[in-house]
Design a protein around this ligand. Structure first.
Ligand code: TEU
Ligand code: CA
Length: 549
């Protein structure tokens, strides 16, 4: 079994990590050149987003050949060298398997389009209803989820972009093809896999209109998903590797089943409910401040219930689909450093495996784009159009994109204060926020009080303190909706973690004040004041502290 409980994973969005050959696009050799940076951070695994052959409509999540490296990112030899060199440093790679769909440029789909029945059955083709799409389901990137193919007089399903056709997992040949892909990369020496939207793979027997929602209730955590996962894992022998499934709109019960060791499915999964607490009426494209009470309740329920049932969470605030956490749940100006560190404490000391998304460890912020021409993401440009069609003004739509676009998390990694933040010698494919002159890895390396050094400490603590990796968890009442607290326990040890999500000084309950006042401090984002930490019953803005009780 991999040691995933005491491990920390680092996520690389390859296109924006480091450009080695001056074309403005990050690449495999760029990753190789930064392996010692990752080693110094102390991480154990790197999840690198897809770099396989792709037309790049969705930046590689539209795979045209699972066995080939996109020349934009390098060669197979570069990839093999990257895996080998990382292994020498004790770092394992997790590759990103996009198995819910392929690019419509994939050979399988081309054969399907040519009318080959064998390959049509690799995808989900259906007849229309009175000249309309088979169902009213919506694509997650906007618009109807079916596309008409005149030459076949049939429609194919695409839950994402029209260039991403959903695979038919009910067809055993499809499942065998995908197992082959896993075996191929396993043989290259990777340590694990991340499975893209893998809880959407099992579609219903009958396709029907959804009068309540966008169709997701018919295919999310679908009827055969557990069976398919067990089969995939067993037949490829990856049960001992580190695996994480991305679970879209999933349920707690299903995540327990995906990750309980006895079910032999996955090591852990990503769920997203905690990243929807600022969606107004569940709509990502309608702005609202985060509902902190809801955020706390979600963490409480998922953490406590997962422990009871023996499941395992992936812990994260950021990825390439999300705006930057410090801009979203923190304060990226007045309390930039404090709030970035607080957010790190909150997830890294929880029960589960923490993921650091590139740039998070230096406190990178949202992009600050003010013009639609600065955006590249297909979801953002689609929704910009949809928002305008709904009657919003350009500036209203841009305000929403400024907070919600996936490009906020995709701007190039800020390595130095030099030209193009040290990411590239050319024009970067996506703009770099102005703040790179202050917020960059080189500057933070030199500053012992930096966010970067703080992350290193947290990664280290998980290795040193079994209570963090193995302990139980229980949330505590704090007397404030803006202060979250939990305790971790193992063999008589008790670690209390208190985090303020407030820009003001917050009063906390006597119980919390007492624990903070009497405990021995393990880590905090504030320097220890003259008075005993927290003994006056208040927490400073975005204060975070972990104390032994
Ligand atoms: O994301 C799945 C997914 O559900 C997100 O697209 C999410 O719904 C959206 O960002 C929220 O608005 C995965 C990948 O992480 C993403 O980059 C891909 O675009 C998507 O799958 C399709 O492969
Ligand atoms: Ca490059």
């Amino acid at each position: 079994m991999s040691n995933f409980k005491s491990s920390t994973v680092y996520q690389i969005y390859i296109k924006s990590f480091c450009d080695s050959n001056g074309d403005g696009i990050g690449d495999l050799n760029g990753i190789r050149s930064k392996l010692t940076y990752l080693k110094d951070l102390g991480i154990d695994y790197v999840w690198v987003t897809p770099f396989f052959r792709s037309p790049m409509n969705d930046n590689g999540y539209d795979v045209a050949d699972y066995y080939d490296v996109n020349p934009m990112f390098g060669t197979m030899a570069d990839c093999e060298a990257m895996i080998r060199e990382a292994k020498k440093l004790g770092i394992g790679f997790m590759f990103d398997m996009v198995f819910n769909h392929t690019s419509t440029d994939h050979e399988w789909f081309r054969k399907a389009l040519a009318g080959d029945p064998e390959y049509m059955d690799y995808y989900i083709f259906r007849d229309g209803v009175d000249g309309h799409a088979p169902t009213n389901w919506e694509s997650k990137f906007g618009g109807n989820a079916w596309e008409y193919v005149p030459s076949l007089d049939k429609w194919y399903l695409h839950l994402f972009d029209v260039s991403q056709a959903d695979l038919n997992w009910e067809n055993p040949r499809v499942r065998e093809e995908l197992k082959q892909v896993i075996r191929f990369w396993k043989d290259k020496g990777v340590s694990g896999f991340r499975f893209d939207v893998v809880n959407l793979i099992s579609k219903p027997a009958l396709f029907e209109d959804d009068y309540e929602g966008d169709g997701r209730r018919f295919y999310t955590d679908g009827r055969h998903v557990h069976e398919f996962l067990r089969e995939l894992v067993a037949d490829t022998g990856i049960g001992d590797m580190v695996t994480v499934g991305e679970m879209s709109s999933t349920s707690l019960d299903n995540c327990i089943r995906y990750t309980r060791p006895e079910d032999e499915e996955l090591s852990m999964c990503f769920s997203f409910h905690h990243l929807k607490v600022d969606y107004k009426d569940g709509d990502k494209w309608a702005l609202m401040k985060p509902d902190l009470g809801k955020l706390r309740d979600l963490f409480r329920t998922w953490q406590e219930e997962m422990e009871k049932a023996g499941g395992w969470n992936a812990l994260f605030w950021c990825n390439h689909d999300q705006p930057r956490a410090v801009s979203r749940f923190g304060d990226d100006r007045a309390y930039w450093k404090e709030s970035a560190k607080m957010l790190a404490v909150f997830t890294h000391l929880m029960r589960g495996t923490p993921y650091i998304y590139q740039g998070e460890e230096i406190g990178m912020t949202n992009a600050g784009f003010t013009d639609i021409g600065q955006y590249r993401d297909v979801e953002s440009t689609n929704y910009y159009r949809i928002l305008l069609e709904k009657g919003l003004s350009h500036s209203e739509a841009l305000e929403i994109l400024g907070q919600r676009s996936r490009d906020n998390g995709r701007t190039p990694m800020q390595w130095t204060a030099g030209d193009q933040a040290g990411f590239t010698s050319a024009q970067p494919w996506l703009g770099i926020p102005e703040n790179y002159r202050v917020i960059n890895a080189e500057a933070e390396e030199k500053d012992p009080d930096s966010i970067l050094h703080f992350y290193r400490s947290l990664v280290q603590l998980r290795k040193e303190q079994p209570v963090i990796a193995e302990g139980g968890i229980r949330f505590l009442d704090t007397g404030s909706d803006r202060v979250f607290a939990y305790e971790r326990t193992l063999e008589g040890q008790v670690l209390t973690v208190v985090c303020s999500f407030s820009t003001d000084t917050e009063e906390v309950s006597a119980q919390i004040a007492d624990r903070l006042g009497r405990g021995t401090l393990l880590i905090s984002n504030y320097k220890k004041p003259d008075r005993q930490q927290g003994s006056d019953g208040t927490l400073r803005p975005y204060e975070a502290a972990a104390v032994w009780s």
